[in-house]
Design a protein around this ligand. Structure first.
Ligand code: ARG
Length: 394
């Protein structure tokens, strides 16, 4: 038997290489997908081979992640439960897809992942595996082996696996779009996350005393410029994570509803995601009409819900994206933002051909709106209210 394993280089998946090869008498091919996590990929490769992998793939998917996942998330203002910009959720289908593609290429019989049976990530991996490689068996050792963290470390030492038992007490997932932090004392929702849990966002007593203003320019709803300079999305997101984090902006502390029916307390560092989504939502208000916005909000919510629930590959998500793409045509403009001491303010916006029309709205005499039209409209607008009131008085 031959198995392709989505390999992060962490404790779980390192133990898994050995465990799968013993339990299933299998050859394990490891696949590490670079979605912008801060890791040494050659070190991960070395670890994979030391743990018994027969072959290792290291795949740089940062550009694909930005262009095909993050740009769509921005256009969809993607927030789960109005709080979580889906940083982990968006990366899973891509990691799973790349792993499944390797499995097909290598003629594997199964694909494997390191997700637990309590979380959302298993759904995201399983659904993407099902879509890309429907005939392959799925192996998820954590759902099977029932080992505690200490038992895993013991297993690793026993088999001479290269693991680092003194790593962070938190469970961390990281990529371009943000950092998710769970476990240890964070499991008590009353406990404030300690500063050492954070990497991107500075504590407020270390942030600059001067506010910082900058602009983000959009083309068809996708951010392409910072202060007028054109940047690819990977670079732009990186820059904004640094900029926002430096000003103490970008933390989310969220009691979240998992798909499996469990509530969990999740902490996220997501400066770039929050900056870009806030800027984008603001710019949309310049362009989209009232009913268009209201309808799009429903589409956006459904989009976020699908992605959170692991259904990236579902045809409905693609159909929603077709609507969203249509809604973003001509959404060209610029948003002016200010960061200061943990806060973000939109202080200005302008569009190339917005619906917002100063000529019509102005209080000055030059307005082109003929106010006499208001009288008839207003009379009809209140007609029903008037009739109801007359009925009561009768
Ligand atoms: N709750 C988030 C989600 O379901 C993050 C999951 C991964 N978090 C972690 N610390 N390992 O998308």
């Amino acid at each position: 038997m031959k198995v392709a394993l989505a390999y992060s280089g962490g404790l779980d998946t390192t133990v898994m290489i050995k465990w799968i090869s013993q339990r299933y008498n299998a050859e394990v091919v490891t696949v590490t997908v670079d979605v912008g996590q801060d890791e040494d990929f050659s070190e991960i490769e070395e670890k994979a081979y030391k743990s018994g992998a027969v072959k290792h793939y290291s795949i740089d998917a940062k550009k694909k992640f930005a262009d095909e996942f993050l740009s769509r998330a921005i256009k969809a203002n993607a927030m789960y439960e109005r709080s979580y910009p889906l940083s982990s959720a968006l990366s899973r289908p891509l990691i799973a897809e790349e792993t499944a593609k390797v499995a097909l290429k290598e003629g594997c019989d199964a694909v494997a992942h390191g997700c637990t049976g309590k979380g959302n990530d298993q759904l995201r991996f399983d659904a993407t595996f099902a879509a890309v490689a429907p005939d392959l068996k799925i192996i998820a050792p954590v759902r099977e082996w029932n080992m505690s963290r200490d038992e895993e470390i013991e297993y690793a030492l026993e088999h001479n696996l290269p693991v680092n038992p003194v790593k962070s007490r938190f469970s961390i997932d990281e990529n371009l779009w943000g950092r998710s932090i769970e476990a240890a004392e964070l499991e008590d929702p009353w406990t404030e996350p300690p500063t050492e849990a954070f990497k991107l966002v500075k504590p407020l007593d270390q942030t600059p005393d001067k506010p910082e203003e900058f602009t983000i320019g959009f083309r068809n709803g996708v951010p392409e410029y910072i202060n007028g300079d054109r940047k690819d999305l990977v670079t732009l997101v990186r820059m904004l994570n640094v900029l926002g984090g430096m000003h103490g902006y970008g933390l989310v502390d969220h009691v979240e509803d998992r798909v499996v029916g469990l509530k969990s307390r999740e902490v996220y560092e997501v400066p770039a995601a929050l900056i870009l989504i806030n800027a984008h939502m603001d710019l949309e208000k310049m362009f989209l009409g009232r009913r268009f916005q209201a309808f799009k909000q429903q589409v956006d919510n459904l989009w976020a819900d699908l992605v959170y629930s692991g259904l990236w590959m579902d045809p409905l998500r693609k159909a929603l994206d077709a609507f969203i793409d249509e809604s973003q045509k001509g959404l060209d403009g610029e948003v002016r933002l200010r960061l200061y001491k943990g806060s973000l303010r939109v202080v200005g916006r302008r569009g190339e051909k917005p619906l917002y029309s100063p000529k019509y709205i102005t209080y000055a005499r030059e307005s082109v709106f003929d106010q006499r039209a208001g009288e008839g409209f207003s009379k009809l607008w209140s007609l029903e209210t008037r009739l109801s009131s007359l009925r009561e008085k009768e």
